[in-house]
Design a protein around this ligand. Structure first.
Ligand SMILES: Nc1ncnc2c1ncn2[C@@H]1O[C@H](COP(=O)(O)OP(=O)(O)OP(=O)(O)O)[C@@H](O)[C@H]1O
Ligand code: SF4
Ligand SMILES: [Mg+2]
Length: 336
């Protein structure tokens, strides 16, 4: 873990015990997030993005289970710590903007009561009155109109966009060092998406926090993130600074995604493009590379069928988990 890392994840593995077998949702994920970094994580539906986020925060519940790995936040190990300790860290040092805000907000408590609780959970010396005033300021910060009045509304009285803002307000309430935002804009129209991203950007930069932004949307990554990691079948298969990856991907899956975007030079916001074939069943993974059946470069190659690829690293700190990453990179460089 480098000095500047706020988060360091190493060998994280999470499974779900299901009737169909053991679903290996997160399979040995390792990455660091530096202070102030804006990291984007992209990958198809079911690739393990939310499971990874929940695992980092110690929020995986049965039938799920984190079976291996280390999660260091500001140098301190979180994996395996009792929930009581993790509750003290969550919201204060690291927080999560949930994929579904309704699942994170309590429908029978007003938005104000929930924000006050969040603020006071980590600092009992803050009076209710002061916490309420801070909650109004937070709602104002996230541009909820008439915050004094809206504080006493229940979550269902807010629109989807407003609920998402409340989630962001709540995640930022105690000035965490790291915010993980899981698809914070998916349910929103394009204008609201832009406002939410702007807001996240402003709040994160003002408060000097780092952000991990999970999204299906390559346009959002191109616009918002300094660095990007591509997730496939429970693994981070490519990692790079954003511009480098978009110019010349080193992993065939990242290449396929970018090729499927109609105008790669002008990445517009939109859902992750569909590529041919289906993702593998995470309960029955093949012995070799999980992308092999869909891979334009490796399908049928004995190395790809027989052995899971190791991570290869390249100049500038980029990495790709592919037997033929150099070949892919050479092709990408020619095409760029
Ligand atoms: N509670 C659960 N019980 C059983 N399996 C689960 C559970 N939660 C997730 N999984 C499985 O774990 C895998 C990863 O799911 P996850 O929700 O992390 O994907 P994701 O990348 O976040 O997808 P999306 O983009 O649709 O949000 C999937 O195969 C999913 O079916
Ligand atoms: S290891 Fe082989 S199958 Fe997997 S991505 Fe690389 S070339 Fe494709
Ligand atoms: Mg998800």
């Amino acid at each position: 873990m480098s000095e500047a890392s706020v988060l360091s994840v190493d060998g994280l593995e999470t499974v779900f015990h299901t009737a169909a077998g053991i679903v290996r949702a997160v399979r040995g994920v390792s990455f660091d997030v530096r202070r102030g970094e804006k990291l984007g994580i992209v990958g198809e539906s079911g690739s393990g993005k939310s499971a990874m986020a929940l695992s980092i925060l110690g929020l995986i519940e049965p039938p799920g289970e984190v079976v291996a790995g280390s999660v260091k936040l500001n140098g301190r190990e979180l994996a395996g710590r009792p929930d009581r300790e993790l509750r003290a860290v969550r919201g204060k040092e690291i927080s999560l903007v949930y994929q579904d805000p309704m699942s994170a907000l309590d429908p029978v408590k007003t938005v104000g009561a929930q924000l006050v609780e969040t603020i006071r959970r980590h600092d009992r010396s803050v009076s209710r009155g002061a916490a309420r005033r801070a909650a109004v300021e937070l709602l104002r910060d996230v541009e909820v109109p008439q915050p004094e009045r809206r504080l006493d509304d229940y979550p269902h009285q807010y629109s989807g966009g407003m609920r998402q803002r409340v989630m962001i307000a709540s995640a930022l309430a105690n000035r965490p060092d790291l915010v993980i935002a899981d698809e914070p804009t998916t349910a929103l129209d394009v204008t609201t998406q832009a406002q939410v991203l702007e807001l996240l950007d402003r709040l994160v930069s003002e408060r000097g926090a780092a952000i991990v932004l999970i999204t299906h949307n390559l346009g959002i990554v191109a616009e918002f993130c300094d660095t990007v990691r591509v997730m496939y079948a429970g693994r981070l298969v490519e990692g790079s600074d954003t511009r480098t990856l978009f110019r010349a991907p080193a992993h065939p899956y990242a290449d396929a995604l970018l090729r499927a975007v109609p105008r790669p030079d002008r990445l517009e916001r939109g859902p992750l493009p569909a590529i041919e074939g289906a993702p593998p069943n995470l309960a029955q993974l093949p012995p070799g590379c999980a992308f092999e059946p869909r891979c334009p470069l490796g399908a049928g190659r004995p190395e790809c069928i027989g052995e899971p690829p190791a991570i290869r690293t390249f100049d500038g700190g980029r990495s790709a988990e592919c037997h033929f990453a150099e070949e892919q990179l050479a092709r990408s460089e020619v095409a760029s």
